[in-house]
Design a protein around this ligand. Structure first.
Ligand code: IPE
Ligand code: IPE
Ligand code: MG
Length: 255
């Protein structure tokens, strides 16, 4: 591994840039892409890229906390990723199992509250149990809210919300005429979580791939060619820098 600046120096670099740059995004969401290409470029099996990706998650959580970010959502596995070859799906779920068993303790000690969004019923029961345990264990933490999107798809999430609304209307507990954007958003898995201010996608691809479709309505998008396993404090600081130079209008005309 290349020797770089110490974690403290990197955290300071983030803090300095923020001080100079302006408002830190309260909610940063990341599409962590490029693990496979990172591995292939090194002549390694794809799973080595996924393993290195877990290291990048560790670095990024620390960097986000130091940067003053309150909410960090990471897209770890999409509802479409189940269509990958079984061997890769097994590698990924195996890594997830290991992550839940080995990393939550550390995240807890850092004051991180962990939550999961996505269809967790598709994972093995032991993984579902670890997810519930991790959420319960870290529920009182306030330093950073980490939301991990697993078996997550934006369209599936919106359909589930629409179904819940239709069922409530049929049961007579919801008047369709009363439905608002706010009340509909409460039916999504992100209820209580502010919309992302900044969405970062690594690996040079410029698409959302079914990530936070409803919630991304006014998010600023930053794309970087860096592959996810190479992402860290410096790259997060660069993306935040880019964000602070954007003018957010939310459809209004500056007067
Ligand atoms: C992102 O890396 C991780 C997941 C989607 C699970 P990829 O596995 O998509 O890596 P590339 O895009 O093939 O390089
Ligand atoms: C998006 O990456 C999903 C995650 C990062 C978890 P993909 O690699 O699955 O997306 P596509 O297939 O390139 O759109
Ligand atoms: Mg990919």
């Amino acid at each position: 591994m290349a020797l770089g600046p110490t974690p403290t120096a990197l955290a300071e670099a983030v803090a300095t840039r923020d001080a100079a740059g302006g408002a830190v995004p309260a909610h940063v969401a990341i599409i962590m892409d490029g693990n496979g290409r990172w591995a292939v470029r090194r002549g390694l099996p794809r799973v080595a890229g996924h393993r290195a990706g877990v290291e990048a998650v560790r670095r990024t959580v620390r960097a986000a906390t130091s940067a003053g970010v309150s909410w960090l959502t990471i897209y770890a596995f999409s509802s479409e990723n189940w269509r990958r070859p079984l061997a890769e799906v097994l590698d990924l779920t195996g890594l997830l199992r290991h992550f839940l068993r080995a990393e939550i303790k550390e995240l807890h000690s850092q004051g991180v509250r962990v939550r999961f969004i996505g269809d967790r019923s598709r994972f093995d029961p032991d993984i579902q149990t670890e997810m519930a345990t991790s959420e319960a264990r870290t529920a009182g933490n306030t330093r950073l809210n980490l939301i991990i999107a697993l078996s997550y798809g934006g369209r599936a999430e919106i359909v589930a919300a629409a179904r819940a609304a239709a069922e409530a209307a049929l049961a007579g507990t919801l008047d369709p005429a009363e439905m608002t954007e706010e009340s509909f958003a409460r039916l999504l898995s992100t209820d209580g979580i502010p919309d992302p201010d900044l969405i970062i996608r690594t690996s040079g691809e410029q698409r959302l791939s079914n990530f936070l479709l409803w919630q991304s309505a006014y998010a600023e998008l930053v794309f970087t060619d860096v592959l996810w396993p190479d992402f860290g404090a410096r790259e997060l600081a660069d993306a935040i820098d880019c964000y602070t130079r954007r003018e957010r209008r939310f459809g209004a005309r500056p007067g």
